[in-house]
Design a protein around this ligand. Structure first.
Ligand code: FO1
Length: 308
């Protein structure tokens, strides 16, 4: 049994590769829910949906999120009512958010809802997708232009405001979703996906008990850096790290994880950081981590699979 921790686009790509190499071994994916947002009355869980859509083969591969071939007529029609339309929810994608919101209204937990959505998208039986917590958690970014929800910073403001602080609202009251701690403790390996260390992996390891479970598990804990040549291929990891006064490097990410990590996988372009990471007492693997297509994602996953 393997347990993975991850966020959205990068994690989903890697997990698609991993699924192609693990055979029928059980894979649990504990997903960040800090990116969740309630918009126009709909409960949206972008990272959960990105992982489900990718693993069921219906993802929009160009964008890395949303459904393939989706259209945006309902979103455009919302403009008439003066509702928020900056978050691009497609006509097919909206059905997932209506279903999630409907089930939330009936009292189902995010864990139950994620399981139902996974089933509806025919996620294989050996793959279990679980939100990190059933409590509502939201990532907010303090910037030079005021505080805003992470999605507002990323999508509406296109990462322009300068980051000063990151707050995971609700994290102090967040208990791990059912099974999360045991799935970390009892796994033979834990994989930290190539996700943003601040707003994707950060919230998961801040859920009560998760960091201790990672420290105490007998499992080999392996992380893949999301940086290539000291930069994220997509998203705001560099802006967030810099805003928090952190160096933007895979070695810095290794330092953030060093209390629970065994091995750090870094890109060839960052091979010069090898020694710095080894000096933290960690093993390293230097490979090509760029997942430009599903074949390359499978190759990276097979390196990690060999390692564990
Ligand atoms: N990302 C964007 O850059 N622009 C969007 O309009 C957008 C809409 C969206 C709708 C549903 C969904 O599940 C994801 C969506 N994303 C969008 C992706 C999302 O903002 C990010 O991938 C993650 O939250 C970052 O991990």
């Amino acid at each position: 049994m393997i347990t993975a921790l991850g966020g959205g686009v990068g994690a989903a790509k890697f997990l698609e590769g991993l699924c192609s190499v693990i055979g029928d071994e059980q894979l649990n994916v504990i997903v960040n829910t800090g990116d969740d947002i309630c918009l126009n009355g709909l409960n949206i869980s972008p990272d959960i949906d990105t992982v489900i859509y990718r693993l069921s083969g219906v993802i929009d591969r160009n964008k890395g999120w949303g459904l393939d071939g989706d259209t945006f007529n309902s979103l455009n029609s919302l403009e008439r009512f003066g509702l928020d339309t900056w978050f691009n929810i497609g006509d097919k994608d909206i059905a997932t958010h209506i279903y999630r919101t409907y089930l939330r209204g009936k009292g189902h937990t995010p864990t139950e809802i994620t399981s139902k959505i996974s089933e509806a998208f025919n996620i294989p039986q050996n793959i279990k997708i679980i939100p990190m917590t059933d409590q509502d958690v939201e990532t907010w970014i303090q910037t030079n232009e005021g505080e805003m929800h992470f999605q507002e910073y990323l999508v509406k403001r296109r990462m322009v405001p300068q980051v000063c602080r990151v707050t995971i609202r609700g994290i102090n009251h967040a208990s791990p979703a059912p099974g999360v701690i045991d799935l970390i403790k009892n796994a033979r390996a834990v994989i930290i996906c190539p996700s943003n260390p601040i707003i994707s992996i950060g919230p998961i390891v801040q859920v009560r008990g998760v960091r201790d479970a990672l420290k105490n598990t007998q499992a080999k804990v392996v992380a893949i850096s999301p940086l290539v040549g000291g930069m994220p291929l997509k998203g705001p990891a560099d802006r967030l790290m810099r805003g928090l006064g952190l160096e933007v490097s895979s070695a810095q990410i290794a330092r953030l994880y060093s209390d629970f990590l065994d091995t750090m996988v870094i890109d060839i372009e960052d091979g010069h950081e090898n020694q710095e990471i080894a000096d933290l007492g960690l093993k390293t693997l230097v490979v090509d981590t760029v997942m430009s297509d599903s074949k390359k994602a499978a190759t990276l996953a097979s390196f990690v699979f060999e390692l564990i």
